[in-house]
Design a protein around this ligand. Structure first.
Ligand SMILES: *Cc1c(COP(=O)(O)O)cnc(C)c1O
Length: 478
């Protein structure tokens, strides 16, 4: 660390003095041009004024603690406060990752037990909690695919991804150097098995699937699909972001998947979407355990230790222990609910989605009108004919005090609106949402311009999202 030296502007250079003295300047490594020329304009305010300012600012943020947040695929459920409390307990929160293992056995036990719980929930044999997000879990999974085939001396170049997949799937595959091959969706909204059959060959490295898929539908032919890929010598990867539909009901391991990631921040109640860091543990069946990220937690006579002696490991993905705050929250969530409670989570999530779907189906097109799982996708195609797009409906919902559903995803549904209510909403809230959606459909019919003008009640109106993404300006403008 470089020592910062404060010196007088003119007299006695090198004399150490107080940095708060206005006569002196900070002259260490900071170039002259970056130094402030006039005093910082800090307002003089009372404590009450500051409290009001920040309270007001906090309420400009849309969050699941204030309003319904049916953002499809993101599982914006209520995050029980007790989990936050436990994560903040000093003997967890004040652990330093450089502390000796024998001093942090409690934390290591939590990690171990959470790995075991995830194995039981998914039917896999081993888990690593290291990946910091779903996308990194996918990346870890594909590195494992690569390590597996490399060890067998096989050159396999293709990763299959359904055309309904989340964008991170093809991105992770491409990042690992694989060629991404799209698998079609059939008329029923499921993987087109015939298309898969023609493509599964000697160069197939892996099929990445999401189940239930992003249309909110369970893949009925799942066992046949995994068999086709295995027969071709490939591995099957399960994107477990939609696990909220299946807890205690069915398991990727029983569907013959080789690798799974789960999103603790979605399914297992960790605040996300500006609510804090996520966690995307990756799980495998026994044969692939040796490839998992290192270090691995190992139980010995003396307690838990980190094992770095893992010659086949894909390596380290994340510093220290990973996002332990997320582990603690999910651990509490899983232990508080137990297996019967987790099953009820999924049953209620599926019930809520089907209820909303039934309430909306006479007002919005349902491209795949069969029973859904924990979410469903409707289309604003009919409204678009009147000039009201899915985006306009999303913005109008903000005026109703409701977060927009996911829009324009999955890509295979025109004007898609993807709704995921989660299990934690009351029937009253679900009805308020359905009523708002129906009102908007009527407005789109009668007075399209009023919907196109939305939002009118939010702190900012429509922003230029493309410009924000393409030419981000992160500098503070004076
Ligand atoms: C959210 C999501 C991901 C990516 O997870 P992150 O934690 O956001 O990186 C991948 N697949 C699906 C289906 C998802 O919904």
């Amino acid at each position: 660390m470089s020592e910062v030296i404060f010196e007088k502007k003119s007299r006695n250079p090198g004399e150490h003095v107080s940095p708060t003295d206005p006569l002196f300047k900070l002259s260490a490594a900071i170039p002259e041009k970056h130094l402030r020329r006039s005093p910082l304009g800090i307002p003089e305010l009372s404590e009450l004024e500051v409290v009001r300012h920040f309270t007001r600012l906090s309420q400009k943020n849309f969050c699941v603690d204030t309003n319904f947040y049916p953002l499809g695929s993101c599982t914006m459920k209520y995050n029980p406060r007790v989990n936050d409390q436990v994560a903040a307990w000093p003997f967890y929160a004040r652990i330093h990752p450089y502390q000796e293992e024998r001093h942090v056995q409690g934390m290591l036990q939590v990690i171990h037990e959470l790995e075991e719980d995830l194995c039981r929930i998914t039917g896999m044999d081993a888990f690593s909690l290291q990946p910091a997000a779903g996308a990194q879990g996918e990346f870890a999974g594909l590195l494992i695919v690569k390590a597996y085939h490399d060890l067998k001396g096989q050159k396999r170049t293709k990763v299959f991804v359904p055309d309904s997949a989340h964008g991170t799937n093809p991105a992770s595959a491409a990042l690992c150097g694989y060629e991404v091959v799209q698998i079609k969706t059939d008329a029923a909204g499921r993987v087109d098995v015939a298309d898969l059959k023609t493509k599964a060959k000697k160069d197939t490295a892996c099929f990445m699937m999401t189940n239930p898929n992003t249309l909110g539908l369970f893949e009925n032919n799942i066992r046949e699909i995994t068999r086709i890929v295995h027969d071709a010598g490939g591995l099957v990867y399960y994107d477990g972001a939609n696990l909220n539909a299946l807890l205690g009901i069915s398991r990727p391991g029983d569907m013959d998947f080789d690798i799974v990631h789960v999103n603790l921040h979605k399914t297992f109640a960790v605040p996300h979407g500006s609510g804090g860091p996520g966690s995307g543990p990756v799980g495998v069946r026994a044969e692939l355990e040796k490839f998992l990220p290192q270090p691995r937690l190992k139980r010995t006579e003396e307690g838990f230790v980190w094992d770095y002696d893992r010659p086949y490991s894909i390596g380290r993905l994340r510093s220290f222990y990973g996002n332990v705050g997320a582990y603690l929250r999910s651990y509490c969530y899983i232990r508080a609910l137990g297996s019967a409670g987790l099953k009820r989570v999924s049953e209620f999530a599926v019930l809520a989605a089907n209820y909303l779907k039934a309430r909306l189906k006479n007002h919005y097109e349902m491209p795949h009108d069969s029973h859904c799982m924990h979410e469903f996708v409707c289309s604003a195609r009919a409204q678009k004919a009147k000039g009201v797009k899915a985006l306009d409906i999303a913005k109008r919902l903000l005026d109703e005090g409701i977060h927009a559903p996911t829009v324009y995803f999955p890509l295979i549904v025109e004007e898609a609106l993807m709704v995921e209510p989660t299990e934690t909403e009351s029937k009253q809230t679900l009805d308020e949402f359905a009523d708002a959606m129906i009102r908007i459909a009527e407005q789109a019919d009668r007075d399209p311009a009023s919907v196109q003008a939305a939002p009118v009640s939010t702190p900012v109106g429509r922003i230029d999202e493309v410009k924000a993404a393409r030419t981000p300006n992160l500098r503070w403008q004076d």
